[in-house]
Design a protein around this ligand. Structure first.
Ligand code: ZN
Length: 97
């Protein structure tokens, strides 16, 4: 079963005159972020489904690159069929962090 992973990656703030990452490099960083996070989630959740409802978790990964601080902030949002399974998914997610 393919894992449902949605990405929302964007940049915020005004780019500095001599930015650490230009627009092209930023897109490359977003691409590699999608690839590495996607691969990690697929590896960790390959066989993880809810025992009761037989549903896989859904992930939404939000990433904001701040042009001022030149740092990337990543957040995981998890959607599951029930609370019990959400706790199990969070445990797996926190273990790999
Ligand atoms: Zn469930």
């Amino acid at each position: 079963m393919p894992l449902n992973i949605e990405f929302d990656l964007r940049a915020e703030g005004i780019a500095q005159t001599d930015p650490f990452l230009d627009r092209y490099e930023l897109e490359q960083m977003f691409d590699s972020t999608r690839r590495s996070i996607g691969a990690g989630l697929r590896r960790n959740f390959a066989d993880v489904i809810c025992n009761e409802h037989e549903q896989a978790p859904k992930f939404k990964v939000s990433g904001v690159y701040d042009n001022n601080t030149e740092e990337m902030d990543i957040q995981y949002h998890v959607d599951t069929c029930c609370q019990v399974f959400l706790l199990r998914v969070m445990q797996i997610l926190n273990r790999r962090a």
